[in-house]
Design a protein. Structure first.
Lengths: 252, 457
C-alpha cells in the first residue's frame, strides 16, 4: 500500500534506495555553479555530447579545447577518432592533455567513426569521437544509446564532438537525437580578456543544454591550464539563462 | 650498353646477350623492362616455397630451376607422368620438367635442348637417357667441357666408357663426381630450405566448406591449437596469417598484425573472423591453415594489475581497430624535429608512446592539411591583419599576437621567398582564434600572400 502523503523523509529513503545516477563517479570541473548544475560534477563512465558552434564552428577549437581540459584531468590512454585527422597534438599540452596518451584514428566516414568509438568504449578506454567530418550522418537514437550503454558497462567516459559548419548547424540541429547522452553541451568561442592588443587566455561561452540529474545553464569560462592538478575550468562570469545573447555582447 | 637478359615470348632473331640496339632494329616495338636478378631470385624462392604443395622438399636452383624431391609423392597420381603434368599445369608458365632417380639425370634431361617438356626417366634408365647428351649437361665447368671436346668426348656415353681414375687425373675430380650424380653412385646434397613456418596449424575439410560459420569454428579450433603451442614455447605472435586453399588450387590469404605479442586464441580467431566478409570461398575451401609469422617472447599469463592491464587492453583495442579501419588509419602522434608546422608531426606505431616537449610558442589545436589562401587587409606591411575574408565571410580582428617567423627548410624548398612565413595568432571579434601567416617578403616581385593554417581553442 503506497503512502498517499509522502514525506520528505520517505522521498529521501526512496532516493537512497536508487542506484546513483553517475555509477562510475564524477569529476568536478571547478566552477561551483557549473558543478552544481551538473549535479556534483561531470559524470564519468557516461557519454557526453559536445557541439562546437560559433563563426568557425565545426573547424575551430573551442569544443576541442573544452574536451582536452576534461581529458587532462582523467588518467589513462585516450582514443581520439577524427575522420578529418586535423588534430594538432602540440596544441593540447596547454590544456593539460599529454599527447603521448593519444591513440589517433581516422575512419573513412561517420558510420565507421561511431563503430570505432563503440569499440573503444567497449575496451574501457576513454574515447573522443568526432562526428560531422563531411557528409552528415545522423547519430540516431539507437547509435547514441549503444554508445551510452558501452560507457555504462565499461565505466569508460565518451565524448561525441559534433563538428558543424556554422550555417548548417541550425538547420541540422534537430537531426541528431542525442537524448542518450548524459550531458549535452554547446561551446562557442567568446572574446578573451585582451592585454595590450594581444589575445588573452581563451574564453568560451559554455552552454549546458541538458544534464541528467542536473539543470541547464550557461557560463563564460577559461581553461584551467597546463597543470592537471588544477581544476579543468575557471569561471569568468555566470550568465543568466534567458538573456544569453545580450550578455555575451556586453561582455565583449 | 644494355643487353637482353631474357626474352618473352621468344621472337625470331632475338637471343639473350644481344644488344638492345640490335634487338630494337629487328623488333621496333619491343617492350623493355630492366632486369632484376635479385627480384628474380626472390621470386624463385617464393615459387619453391609454393611448390611445397607437391612435396615438402622443394628448393630453388638458381637462376631458373626448381628441385623437387618427389620420392613417395607419385602415389597420389595414377602415374609419374600425370604428376608431372599436374605440376606443369600448376606452374602455369612454360617449363620443362624431368623426373629421374638421380639429381644429375633430372637436371640434364630438363635442360637438354630439344628434349620433351615432360620427361620421366625410369629408374635404372639414366645411362641410356643421357647417352647422347652433351657432357655440358652434367653441369661441368666450361673449361672441363672444352677439354673433353678437344679430345673428342662429345657425348656422355663416351665418358662412361673411360676408366674413372683416368678422368680424374686429366680433368679433376669434378667430372667423375658429376657423372656419379647423374648415373647413380654419388649423392648430391641439395640445400632444402627449412620446412615452412613450423608455427602453423592446418585443417583439411572432409568436403569443401563455404559458410562463414564453418570458417569461424575452424579458425577458433586452429587458433586454439596454435596458441597452445605458443604458450608451451613461452612465445607470442606479432603477425599471423590464415591461408584458405580453394578446391580449384587458388588460395586466399588474410593477415593480422598485433600491437604486442599475443597468444589469446579467442581474440586471434575474432581478428580473423572480422575479415571473413571479404573472403571469397569460390567453389569451396578444402584446406585452412593458420600460422604465426613473427614471434617474440611472451611471459606466461598472470594476473595483470593497474597500468599493465590497461596497456594490454589498449593493445587489444588497437588490434581490433586496425582490422576494422585498416592499419594506416590508426597511429600514435609523435613530434618530429621540424619548424614547419605541417612537418612537425609524425605517425608512430600504436604501442609507441613518445614524449612531447611543451611548445615554446602557442600552437593551434587544429591544423589544416593545406594552408588556405585568404584575403587579408593589413594597415602596414609588417603588421597583423585588421580583417580577413575566409570562405566568403569577413572576420574582423580584435587582437593579434606575433609574428613568429618560420622559415621552411632551404634544402627542401630552395630560395623561394614564399618559404618565409610570419605566423600570427589572431582573435576575431567573435572570439574565434585563428593561426594566420603571411608568406613572402615585401619588396620582392611577388607581393606577400596570406593564409589560414589552423585554429586555436
Amino acid at each position: 500500500m503506497p503512502d498517499p502523503n509522502p514525506t520528505t523523509a520517505t522521498l529521501a529513503r526512496l532516493r537512497a534506495a536508487l542506484p546513483p545516477l553517475a555509477r562510475h563517479g564524477r569529476l568536478p570541473l571547478g566552477p561551483r555553479a557549473l558543478d552544481a548544475a551538473l549535479g556534483g560534477g561531470l559524470a564519468l563512465g557516461a557519454l557526453h555530447a559536445v557541439a562546437e558552434a560559433g563563426p568557425a564552428g565545426g573547424t575551430g577549437g573551442a569544443g576541442t579545447g573544452f574536451v582536452a581540459c576534461i581529458l587532462g584531468r582523467l588518467a589513462g590512454p585516450v582514443l581520439w577518432i577524427s575522420p578529418r585527422a586535423d588534430l594538432f597534438p602540440a596544441g593540447l599540452i596547454r590544456f593539460g592533455l599529454d599527447p603521448a596518451r593519444l591513440l589517433l584514428a581516422a575512419p573513412a566516414d561517420d558510420t565507421a567513426s561511431l563503430a570505432a568509438m563503440e569499440t573503444g568504449l567497449r575496451a574501457g578506454v576513454t574515447t573522443v569521437g568526432e562526428i560531422g567530418g563531411g557528409e552528415i550522418a545522423a547519430t540516431g537514437r539507437l547509435g547514441g544509446r549503444r554508445l551510452a550503454l558501452a560507457c555504462l558497462d565499461q565505466g569508460a567516459t565518451g565524448f561525441l564532438l559534433l563538428r558543424r559548419v556554422w550555417p548548417r548547424w541550425k538547420d541540422r540541429a534537430g537531426r541528431e537525437d542525442l537524448s542518450a547522452a548524459f550531458t549535452r553541451w554547446r561551446i562557442a568561442p567568446s572574446p578573451s580578456r585582451c592585454q595590450h592588443g594581444e589575445p588573452g587566455e581563451p574564453c568560451w561561452h559554455l552552454r549546458l543544454l541538458a544534464a541528467r540529474g542536473g539543470t541547464e545553464g550557461q557560463w563564460l569560462v577559461e581553461p584551467g591550464g597546463e597543470d592537471d592538478a588544477a581544476p579543468a575550468l575557471r569561471l569568468v562570469a555566470g550568465l543568466a539563462a534567458d538573456a544569453a545573447g545580450s550578455r555575451i555582447r556586453a561582455a565583449g | 650498353m644494355r643487353r637482353l637478359a631474357a626474352i618473352w615470348p621468344p621472337a625470331p632473331g632475338l637471343h639473350e646477350g644481344q644488344t638492345l640496339a640490335e634487338a630494337r632494329a629487328i623488333l621496333p616495338d619491343l617492350e623493355v623492362l630492366p632486369a632484376s636478378p635479385e627480384a628474380d631470385a626472390l621470386a624463385l624462392e617464393a615459387l619453391a616455397q609454393a611448390a611445397t604443395r607437391f612435396s615438402p622438399m622443394a628448393a630453388a636452383d638458381p637462376p631458373d630451376g626448381l628441385w623437387l624431391d618427389l620420392t613417395g609423392c607419385a602415389a597420389l597420381w595414377p602415374d609419374e607422368g600425370a604428376m608431372l603434368a599436374a605440376i606443369a599445369a600448376w606452374l602455369a608458365i612454360p617449363a620443362r620438367l624431368a623426373l629421374a632417380a638421380t639429381t644429375g639425370a633430372a637436371w640434364a634431361l630438363a635442360h637438354s635442348p630439344g628434349g620433351p617438356a615432360l620427361h620421366v626417366c625410369p629408374p635404372g634408365g639414366e645411362a641410356r637417357a643421357l647417352a647422347r647428351l652433351s657432357p655440358a649437361l652434367l653441369r661441368l665447368s666450361p673449361q672441363a667441357v672444352a677439354g673433353l671436346r678437344r679430345v673428342g668426348l662429345r657425348e656422355v656415353a663416351a665418358l662412361t666408357r673411360l676408366p674413372r681414375a683416368a678422368l680424374t687425373t686429366r680433368y679433376g675430380p669434378d667430372v667423375v663426381r658429376r657423372l656419379g650424380q647423374a648415373l647413380g653412385g654419388e649423392e648430391e646434397p641439395i640445400a632444402w630450405p627449412p620446412p615452412a613456418p613450423t608455427w602453423e596449424e592446418r585443417l583439411d575439410f572432409a568436403e569443401p566448406a563455404t559458410t562463414a560459420t564453418t570458417f569461424e569454428r575452424a579458425l577458433l579450433h586452429l587458433a586454439g591449437r596454435l596458441c597452445e603451442r605458443l604458450a608451451a614455447g613461452g612465445l607470442g605472435g606479432l603477425r599471423f596469417s590464415a591461408l584458405f586453399r580453394r578446391t580449384d588450387g587458388t588460395a586466399a590469404r588474410m593477415a593480422v598484425g598485433t600491437a604486442r605479442p599475443m597468444r589469446d586464441a579467442t581474440r586471434l580467431a575474432r581478428l580473423f573472423a572480422m575479415q571473413l566478409d571479404a573472403l571469397d570461398p569460390g567453389l569451396g575451401i578444402e584446406t585452412m591453415s593458420l600460422a604465426a609469422e613473427a614471434l617474440e617472447k611472451l611471459a606466461p599469463r598472470q594476473a595483470l594489475l593497474g597500468h599493465e592491464a590497461r596497456a594490454a587492453d589498449l593493445a587489444a583495442l588497437a588490434d581490433s581497430l586496425a582490422v576494422r579501419l585498416g592499419q594506416t588509419r590508426l597511429w600514435r602522434p609523435a613530434p618530429r624535429a621540424s619548424h614547419v608546422p605541417e612537418r612537425s608531426l609524425a605517425r608512430a606505431g600504436v604501442m609507441q608512446a613518445t614524449a612531447w616537449p611543451a611548445p615554446a610558442t602557442p600552437r593551434p589545436l587544429r591544423l589544416l592539411a593545406r594552408p588556405e589562401p585568404i584575403m587579408a587587409t593589413a594597415p602596414v606591411p609588417d603588421a597583423p591583419p585588421l580583417q580577413f575574408r575566409w570562405q566568403g565571410t569577413l572576420h574582423r580582428v580584435r587582437a593579434a599576437s606575433g609574428p613568429e617567423r618560420i622559415a621552411a627548410e632551404w634544402w627542401r624548398d630552395g630560395a623561394d621567398p614564399d618559404r618565409l612565413r610570419d605566423y600570427y595568432c589572431v582573435e576575431t571579434i567573435d572570439g574565434a582564434r585563428c593561426w594566420l601567416f603571411r608568406a613572402g617578403l615585401h619588396g620582392t616581385p611577388r607581393p606577400p600572400r596570406w593564409f589560414l593554417h589552423g585554429f586555436f581553442a
